[in-house]
Design a protein around this ligand. Structure first.
Ligand code: UD1
Length: 420
């Protein structure tokens, strides 16, 4: 397991290109199961999660080539319809194969993902949605086992707006007989990107980008190509890095509309921003004001930026409250940030963050992807040396993070190989 060694105190300055969105790629790749032929996905980020999804799809018979950031998927040899526990336990997004498999092959066997690093993450909405489309679903020995002669369109209302369930049910419905209406659908940009890709493949979907999706099933889809949208969470993470270190950076390959909730909070904290033709310009203030943030569904403040926001607020000039309504237990980073000198009190699903004058370097442990990002951010400003252990979590979702941070002036090294 690799670790990062960071010497804090360097201002970040310069330009950084944002990679393709992890969460879009993880939905686009299984969508290829819906048609026979060759797909090309450009701007695909080189991430551990993409490798995990590739291994899963290869185990089903797909041929995959990944050259630079171009992913080529050849689905002609797909002959297995199972997502084994060995793959799903590494990455919950593996459940995205459920919808395409049941839609195209009439059967799917997908391991239940179980809990995640910060608590339970149910998949009941995925299962209920597939059942509503007429699939017979049994839970056997830790697996979702689904069969259907032919799926039939249905009206599906999600009690909770779920990114994954919307994506899965949408992928199932595009090949169902008749019309499916999904209400309270997720409107995250990654779901919109998936819907647009499905339309390029020949699907009929109305209401893309809204929480009411009307899908008219078609009998066949065809392969297509697309460019993955920029990663809004990576963009937000770099902005917080610049904000914490007192720097000024420009992001390229971004869609600022996708992270405007984060921009608004950064401006409230005193940061300056400007949307450019070619990207997004950002400057940190001399003093960061405390700003409350509540993680909600899109277009609100994202739960995937909650940990980074707590890191930022830990050096603001006052007290702020950071609440998570999506994942109420997602606070494993808090004790680690405290090891770096942050003053944070947890009250149910909220963190009361009392800004301190400075953080100090220490050894800290990554527990999940975004928690790890918050520790790197804190390390960038902590006095002395910070060691962030178990950075494989970061490699799941940030492409070449240390190279990008170094290019902006950070003092960060990856130490490879040993068991830390
Ligand atoms: C996706 C993202 C993840 C992000 C999350 C919320 C991917 C691969 N991952 O995860 O990075 O943090 O959206 O923006 O895109 N829920 C249920 N039952 C279900 C499904 C979800 O109760 O069957 C609940 C969850 O516990 C959570 C809420 O719905 O409270 C939203 O979760 P969901 O949008 O489904 O998250 P994921 O798709 O797993």
């Amino acid at each position: 397991m690799d670790k990062f060694i960071i010497h804090g105190g360097r201002k970040l300055n310069g330009t950084v290109a944002i990679s393709g969105a992890k969460n879009a790629t993880l939905a686009l790749m299984p969508a290829a199961l819906l048609a026979s032929g060759t797909f090309k996905l450009g701007n695909t980020p080189r991430l551990r999660d993409v490798t995990t999804m590739s291994s899963l799809l290869k185990s089903m018979g797909m041929k995959i080539d990944f050259t630079n950031n171009l992913l080529t998927l050849d689905t002609r040899g797909v002959n297995k319809h199972e997502a084994p526990y060995e793959h799903v336990k590494k990455m919950r997004a593996s459940i995205y194969v459920l919808g395409p498999l049941i839609a195209r092959y009439g059967r799917a066997k997908v391991s239940l993902p179980g809990g995640c690093a910060w608590g339970p993450r149910p998949v009941n909405l995925h299962i209920d949605g597939i059942k509503k489309l007429g699939a017979n679903v049994e839970l056997e020995h830790g697996y979702i086992v689904a069969h259907a002669e032919k799926l039939t369109g249905a009206r599906i209302h999600f009690d909770i707006s779920s990114v994954g369930a919307t994506g899965n049910v949408m992928m199932a419905a595009v090949l169902a007989r008749g019309t499916t209406l999904i209400t309270n659908a997720a409107i995250e940009p990654e779901i919109t990107a998936l819907a647009e890709f499905l339309v390029k493949m020949g699907a009929k979907i109305d209401g893309i980008g809204t929480n009411r999706l009307e899908i008219e099933g078609v009998s066949d889809l065809h392969p297509s190509d697309c460019e993955t949208i920029p990663d809004r969470i990576e963009a937000g993470t770099f902005l917080v890095a610049a904000a914490m270190t007192g720097g000024s950076i420009t992001l390229t390959n971004v869609n600022p509309n996708h992270f405007s909730a984060v921009t608004a909070k950064l401006e409230d904290a005193g940061c300056k921003t400007e949307i450019l033709d070619s990207g997004f310009w950002f400057q940190a203030p001399t003093e960061l004001k405390p700003v409350d943030a509540t993680a909600v569904i899109y277009p609100g403040f994202p739960t995937d930026m909650q940990a980074q926001w707590i890191a930022l607020m830990s050096i603001a000039t006052g007290t702020s409250i950071v609440t998570d309504t999506i994942y109420t237990d997602r606070f494993k980073h808090v004790p680690e940030l405290e090891r770096l000198g942050a003053d944070i009190e947890l009250k149910k699903n909220a963190a009361v963050v009392r800004g301190v004058k400075s953080l100090t370097g220490a050894k800290v442990m990554s527990t999940d992807l975004r928690a790890s990002a918050s520790l790197i951010l804190a390390g960038l400003v902590a006095e002395g040396e910070t060691e962030v252990l178990r950075v494989y979590h970061l490699d799941r979702g940030y492409e070449a993070i240390e190279k990008k941070l170094k290019a902006l002036g950070a003092d960060i090294e990856r130490v490879a190989g040993e068991e830390f």
